[in-house]
Ligand binder design. Structure first.
Ligand SMILES: [Zn+2]
Length: 310
């Protein structure tokens, strides 16, 4: 190629790459600002949902000089909100912080099909929080259990943080619905189980049944992702009575049927996720608390505390 052609081409390439670098930097800064703004909003919404969900156990928020945010618990223990580590989905489950636990928004209401495999809101659990609220070992946990009468039997559930109260309320509503509807009845009974101090199969993590905050309804072979194919689970979901899901969700239970790694029989008392879904599923415009019922005195108290501390 002749020199007089090569030089202008090199010049053009140079100009394009410089423009490319500036263009790239410009969008990155913009993206960073949007990301930071969203992060600050999500942080406040997560703290709010947690404080509303565990009102007797989370008593304050502390911000360190390095800007790390901690929840202060009744015992004096503190839990870090965000360790700022990049994690794979498996690492998030094995070593989560509160931000990881709250990250996937739980979806209220009906679903048409099985969720994607990596959508599992509630599968991530911060054990120091569960231990603080429901008991740190089997002896403590068992001391907090009470028997809830469901049909002919009693089932042990944790009385702390109103877990047992809401299970009882849910079953009053479910019994009413199933009275004249044998189909609903067959999805509820026989109850699969509630309290059971056990580790999740092939892991060293405690099942939520260990804290007495989960209930398995009538067990079906297509209910669990490790027992059944997606097609089998989807067939089971097709006929699943929505009224059961609605009643359980309105009493602060999340449903394992909404997990990609499905667990259709499983309901778990996780008020922080239901509250986040209830309060914050609508897109906010500017202020993180703009959709909240601030006329409720506890709501406004928690909003004020978050605004004051952060
Ligand atoms: Zn279960």
């Amino acid at each position: 190629m002749k020199k007089y052609i090569i030089i202008p081409i090199l010049f053009l390439l140079g100009a394009l790459s410089i423009k490319g670098i500036f263009f790239f930097r410009e969008t990155t800064i913009e993206e960073t600002i949007t990301y930071q703004k969203e992060y600050e909003i999500t942080l406040r919404q997560d703290l709010f949902s947690l404080m509303m969900a565990y009102p007797e156990y989370i008593i304050d928020i502390e911000v360190e000089e390095d800007h790390q945010v901690y929840l202060v618990l009744k015992s004096g223990n503190r839990i870090l909100y965000d360790d700022k580590k990049e994690k794979t989905p498996l690492e998030k489950i094995a070593n989560p912080d509160l931000q990881d636990m709250m990250e996937q928004q739980y979806l209220l209401g009906p679903i048409d099909e099985l969720m994607p495999e990596d959508y599992n809101p509630g599968r991530i659990r911060v054990y120091p929080l569960l231990k603080e609220v429901y008991g740190g070992n089997p002896r403590e946990i068992e001391g907090n259990l009470i028997g809830i009468q469901i049909h002919a039997g009693y089932h042990r559930f944790n009385s702390n943080n109103a877990a047992a109260t809401f299970l009882k309320k849910a079953f009053t509503e479910l019994n009413y619905q199933s009275k004249n509807n044998p189909e609903i009845w067959s999805y509820l009974h026989p109850i699969g189980g509630t309290y059971n101090y056990r580790y999740i199969a092939r892991t060293n993590r405690l099942s939520s049944h260990s804290f007495g905050i989960s209930i398995d309804l009538a067990i079906h072979p297509a209910d669990y992702w490790q027992w059944a194919t997606k097609t089998q689970a989807e067939k089971r979901l097709e006929n699943y009575p929505q009224i059961i899901v609605d009643i359980m969700e309105s009493n602060y239970f999340i449903w394992g049927g909404k997990w990609g790694q499905f667990d259709i029989m499983h309901y778990e008392y996780r008020p922080e996720l239901i509250k986040k879904a209830k309060y914050f599923s609508e897109k906010h415009k500017d202020l993180w608390y703009e959709n909240l019922p601030v006329e409720d005195s506890f709501v406004s108290e928690v909003v004020c505390l978050i605004e004051e501390r952060l």
